[in-house]
Ligand binder design. Sequence first.
Ligand SMILES: Nc1ncnc2c1ncn2[C@H]1C[C@H](O)[C@@H](COP(=O)(O)OP(=O)(O)OP(=O)(O)O)O1
Ligand SMILES: [Mg+2]
Ligand SMILES: [Zn+2]
Length: 635
Amino acid sequence: ILWNREKETQNAQAELDSVEAELELVELQITELMDKQAELTSRRNALLQQLEEACDAAQSSSSSSLKPSKADHVMNKQEMQRYDRRDFPWSEKVEQQLKDSFNLSKFRPLQLRAINLTLLGKDLFLVMPTGRGKSLCYQLPAVCSTGFTLVVTPLVSLMEDQIMYLKSIDVSAAMLNASINKESVKTVMAGMTDVKSPFKLLYVTPEKIAKSKLFMSRLEKAYNANLLSRIAVDEVHCCSQWGHDFRPDYKLLGILKRQFPKVPLLGITATATSSVLKDCEKILCVSQPITLTSSFNRTNLYYEVKNSDNEASISDIASLINSKYKDQSGIVYVFSQKDAESVSTELQKRDILAYPYHANMDPQDKSRVHHKWTSNKIRVVVATVAFGMGIDKPDVRFVIHHTISKSIENYYQESGRAGRDDHPADCIVYFGFSDIFRISTMVVMENTGQQKLLQMVDYCQNFDRCRRSLMAVHFDEMWNEEGCNQMCDTCRHAQDCITVDITQHARQVVQILELAASNNEKMTPLKLTDAWMGKGPAKHRKMIQTTTLSRLKAEAVIVQLLLRGYLREDFSFTPYTTYIYIKLGRKAPLLKSQAHSLTMKMRTTESEPAEVSKVHIDAPQESYNFIIVLSGPSR
Ligand SMILES: Nc1ncnc2c1ncn2[C@H]1C[C@H](O)[C@@H](COP(=O)(O)OP(=O)(O)OP(=O)(O)O)O1
Ligand SMILES: [Mg+2]
Ligand SMILES: [Zn+2]
């Protein structure tokens, strides 16, 4: 029997070796294929551009007039340009209103084209970066049309922001949401069918359309009286489950185009990939809308990531606000209501006029904070994501994330509140190890929540690629790193980054997890790091190799292993909470092979306690400086 066992073990070992060798080969092939894919994609894009240019040239040499060419939604650049003209019947009025009502001297890119197209009655999707003036593309046509424009927005705060602005420039607007009293609702409902149109814009939440029969029948009446001139769906990506901010009530907005087919619809967003837009098109029941897109890039925003260390990061944030951003206005984004309150208290203690803002506050309190901030009576709003989309204060000089966002799209939106007046502004994220897992438990039930969070983590853990290039990927955009113009920390400090071999570190972590598994013990991220750093409770009898890396670097290695699939998160649900444990990922077996090696980029400038020299990182084999004995239940 003994002999048989030995034989079995030998066979298993032999097979394991061959499987591992094969796995490694596959890994290699995957890497090669991915490189090939990147190469082909960039070649394809170059060719597409070449073709487009050739097409444009051909168009302009043949007389471009009156040729009824392709359908509108597949127009090329040349054909699109005819919508930039200023000789439409409404052009004079549009120019005049731009100056007189909106106090603006000229259009920004794509604005005039969008306005002309919607005034022509076309259905339109407009994808333009945050803060570039998408709202004007329905506000100005509203003022130039008879009747009123219905605007669907996802948040009450956003509605109030716009109403406040429109009031200040004397454009009449109204809104309907849960916090409006009965009397006002009555007035607004009556106004909808008044031929004198007491308001040019009517803002509603999607719930109104999905749930209020009374409102829908009123809208029907307005439609029949030709008073419903246009429908604008702001933040249109909320329709799609694949977008980053899906709202169930947006799913029901298809009713608008079904009931009011003659009314042009304008869908607006800063963040939607082409597949998200396709989805929105279906949901909204528009057939083949024209899509106008401009680059996602906000050239005046400086992007930066800093390491977070709870207490220390609050002091850091406070001193930034008190020095670099003295007397300037900004937002600090936090993870939870509790954080909103505690962080604003901490900032107040440091003489900063900061107020919290979160979903659970009274509507009046929310408006109060919002108003005070807009009128510069308070400087900083410490907010959860409830304060976000569409918030438009021109002179926001900093948007600081005390905790990372749950996806890059969310980050782009939130940080997009900064610098809307085109002057320079900073977008800083404080990236903390434990925050990853706080957010992880929150997004675990979302479709692609985990994947999107890891992309955000990857953005934060990145020390060598331009931060804009990481964002570009999310907006299906080709990116040329020169376009950043040193406006992100990695472009500015590219030389402060080294490649480090972390193979031995990875093996140590894997060993701890294997040991824990053999003891039926689950390892939370914290416990894992503690054990690796020699700080955990002495439980096991076996020896593990602890690390001499600083906590920051140890955490960075663990995050890297998570991102690359050597480790994975494992969730355990109770009725009250979700627990997260770290387990071995699908790539962990590769580390068994002596030939397998693993590197990562690290910053050289991180402030480290003196005893942790870079030598340990550069030569990980040397880093087993001490071995601790963990004692535990006897086996
Ligand atoms: N042609 C223009 N010239 C100067 N400023 C303009 C022009 N058009 C708009 N703006 C200003 C007004 C606003 O303060 C600011 C942002 O406009 P807004 O419509 O709120 O952005 P947006 O809707 O595109 O961004 P978000 O996606 O963040 O909601 O730009
Ligand atoms: Mg907007
Ligand atoms: Zn850059």
